[in-house]
Design a protein around this ligand. Structure first.
Ligand code: BGC
Length: 736
């Protein structure tokens, strides 16, 4: 736990109590009040959007006027002086941050420094692949390294708190925020959580290359009904414990400093006021000892949910449930004083929250060293080392979905290669959501990277507009191979970008049709923040490269893969369903009493107009070489199973493979998923080389939660599958 860290000594606890004794009620409430640059959080909102918010009553006339200028921040300078603000979100200008810190430290009565929180989701100045992409690397070390670089760059800019990692298991690709997640598997998510916390925080938060992390969104935001953002969640607590809680548990065990509650309600109680899950589960059961922050304006929204009857009730409900900081809703600021004076909120509740926040400020070393040395920012950010890591991350996150042999491109054979599709010609499209801090000068687009290799680019079409016939003719008439970039723009995924239909726009489907009619080989490169339904591409293209949004080094990494200088090794962390209506689509589902064996099985669990299998399943990802699995062996030890398998690189390229281990508990008092990932190993094999890989599978990993929320490990028969994806067939059995 982070409180056990060496920084938080008894002496510091005394200092905290001393401060608390001297603080007025207003100053205490100030610590719980977080302010952002826009009325809904860290976004810069276009004026037209602000106008709509004003018209629909989401913001006041005053907020509207202020949001149009920088004044929303400047107006707060007096409040900092008065000790009425404890933290900011969304600031990234180091000079401004230092100015505000100086006011807090030198001009306010108590001299308490500010927390500066930012959405550093996949890199700061150096942009790494979006989380959904990076998760496909199945590379624990990489998860940690990219977080560590992001921490270093952000801290140098004066930011001391990141609103990451996002730990929402996401089984529904319609949900735009799947882009920010590590996909649909709790086991992978657990490792991801632990490594991200380590990468951001290290062992000592006061180290000026480390930063406080914030696991979000607690809890089950990814399970929003129908994949519609902010929507309600209704589920059994045992499922919540088995699927959605595990990454948070791992983050807490790794010492996460803060947790953000989610926008959704669970079983009727909004998470912002969910005492059961915040106090009883997060604090008491998991032992979390850090700061809880609400999501943006979520405290105020408790009234909109229909939970708290007015803003006073909302402030009381959130605080009493354990939400320490009100992110940008001004509800604590407006109401807590009166609530305490009327005896409706106990001062102890406020004191506990303040202490928790002060501990974090001490742990970060802010009392000794509140300012950043922004002159050093250039030395620290986008260094060669960071850029090399961005390249590595981009290479390892790319997933080869299909290949009939056209990839890697043989330049001897293909002399006239044509690249089409506007997405390839945009720096910002290489980034994906949440990349406001990106430094563009190091970014090479796919277009620029391929043109350097002699490929001809013609725009031909954008994301949604019709094909330009003249350009298409020019691009294709002499080409002997076409690379078509398809997919969605960066603004089609991320927060508030849920889609009911996740297939390609009609105009892009017709591009695919036209390419098919041409009869020339074509490769599709997909840019996207979520799994897409692409049956027409799967049926027509000779190869499909899932490029996601790979960040600063997107273009160069893809060029290396396309021309065979790097052998792709990414594996999907989400299913790619055949049709949007098949969402949620996840590999680790229960069998049901009537599973379908074929697409035409009647009276079975399936859609008449769908497919029983996704186009690409969890764990899928091809290589330019082939890997053979053999000699699967299981050895029982006292507390674990030792599973070994021989893997041979039987093809013509050296390369990485992600070996995956799945279990199936055949009969249990609660039906278990058909497969559950319980281990993975990434290894490098030269052509012809083989290695024996060992997985240690602790028996304690074989359990689940019953309806009394007890974790039970039941005796019985299990199947073990080991292979290259979640549909692998090499299998063995054992009895526990
Ligand atoms: C998002 C959070 C984010 C916060 C601050 C909210 O709208 O849900 O993930 O951290 O804004 O920007």
């Amino acid at each position: 736990m982070y409180l056990k860290s060496k920084v938080l000594t008894n002496e510091i606890e005394k200092k905290i109590n001393n401060l608390l004794d001297k603080m007025t009620l207003e100053e205490k409430i100030g610590q719980l009040h977080q302010v952002g640059p826009s009325p809904v959080g860290a976004f810069d909102i276009p004026e037209a959007e602000l106008k709509k918010m004003l018209e629909t009553g989401r913001i006041t006339q005053e907020e509207y006027e202020l949001s149009k200028t920088d004044k929303i921040l400047d107006k707060n300078e007096d409040k900092i002086r008065n000790g009425e603000i404890g933290s900011f979100l969304g600031l990234s200008d180091p000079k401004r941050i230092n100015r505000l810190q100086r006011i807090a430290v030198e001009e306010s009565r108590m001299g308490i420094p500010l927390l500066i929180g930012c959405d550093v989701i996949h890199g700061f100045n150096t942009v790494f692949p979006t989380p959904i992409a990076e998760s496909c690397s199945f590379d624990d070390e990489l998860f940690e390294q990219t977080a560590s670089v992001a921490a270093k760059e952000a801290r140098a800019a004066g930011i001391n708190w990141v609103f990451a990692p996002m730990l929402d298991i996401s089984r529904d690709a319609r949900w735009g925020r799947i882009a920010e997640s590590m996909g649909q598997d709790p086991f992978l998510a657990g490792n991801y959580a632990e490594r991200k916390v380590r990468g951001f925080q290290g062992d000592d938060l006061s180290d000026n290359s480390k930063i406080a992390a914030c696991a979000k969104h607690f809890l089950a935001y990814g399970a929003c009904e129908g994949g519609k953002d902010y929507n309600t969640v209704d589920m059994s607590l045992s499922k919540l414990y088995d699927v959605y809680l595990p990454p948070f548990k791992r983050a807490v065990e790794a010492g996460i400093a803060s947790i953000m509650t989610s926008f959704n309600d669970i079983n009727g109680v909004p998470m912002t006021a969910n005492k059961l899950l915040i106090k009883n589960v997060l604090h008491d059961e998991l032992g979390f000892d850090g700061v809880v922050v609400s999501d943006a304006t979520a405290v105020r929204e408790l009234t909109v949910h229909g939970y708290s009857k007015d803003k006073y009730a909302a402030a009381r409900d959130a605080l009493c449930a354990g939400v320490d900081i009100d992110m940008n809703s001004y509800t604590y600021f407006d109401c807590l004083k009166e609530l305490v004076e009327k005896g409706e909120v106990q001062i102890d509740n406020i004191n506990e929250a303040v202490k928790s926040i002060l501990r974090l400020k001490f742990a970060l070393g802010l009392f000794d060293n509140p300012y950043c040395d922004f002159k050093k920012l250039n030395e620290v950010s986008c260094t060669n080392e960071h850029l090399a890591l961005a390249k590595k991350a981009a290479l390892h996150s790319t997933v080869l979905l299909k290949n009939n042999g056209v990839l890697p491109i043989n330049k001897e054979k293909h002399k006239n290669i044509s690249l089409i599709g506007e997405l390839s010609d945009s720096i910002s499209e290489s980034y994906g959501c949440w990349t406001i801090y990106a430094k563009d000068e190091h970014t090479v687009t796919l277009k620029d990277a391929l043109c350097k290799e002699g490929v001809q680019y013609t725009r031909c079409y954008g994301v949604k507009d019709e094909l330009n016939e003249d350009e298409f003719k020019t691009a294709t008439e002499n080409a002997d191979l076409i690379i078509a970039v398809l997919g969605e723009s960066r603004h089609m995924s991320g927060e508030a970008h849920s889609y009911a239909d996740i297939s390609l726009p009609e105009s892009q489907k017709s591009v695919v049709k036209r390419l098919k009619e041409l009869g020339k080989p074509f490769i599709c490169v997909l840019y996207n923040g979520r799994p897409l339904c692409v049956p027409e591409v799967d049926q027509s293209a000779d190869a499909i490269v899932e490029a996601w949004q790979l960040g600063t080094k997107m273009g160069e990494a893809l060029a290396d893969i396309i021309f065979g200088r790097f052998n792709p090794c990414g594996k999907l962390t989400s299913n790619f369903p055949y049709k949007s209506g098949e969402c949620p689509s996840y590999y680790n589902h229960p069998n049901t009493g009537r599973p379908a064996a074929t697409d035409s099985d009647h009276w079975t669990c399936k859609y008449d107009d769908g497919r029983i299998k996704p186009i690409y399943s969890f764990g899928h990802g091809l290589s330019y070489t082939t890997f053979e699995y053999s000699e699967l062996q299981i050895e029982k030890a006292e507390s674990y199973l030792n599973v070994s398998v021989k893997i041979t690189n039987s093809g013509n390229y050296d390369g990485y493979e992600v070996a995956q281990l799945y279990i199936h508990d055949k009969f249990a008092s609660k039906v278990r998923p058909v497969r559950e990932l319980k281990g993975y190993k990434k290894l490098y094999l030269r052509q012809g080389e083989n290695k024996v890989v060992n997985f240690i599978l602790p028996y304690s990993d074989l359990g689940f939660h019953n309806d009394k929320l007890e974790y039970v490990i039941e005796k019985g028969d299990f199947e073990i599958f080991v292979g290259t994806d979640s549909e692998c067939e090499l299998k063995s059995e054992f009895t526990l």
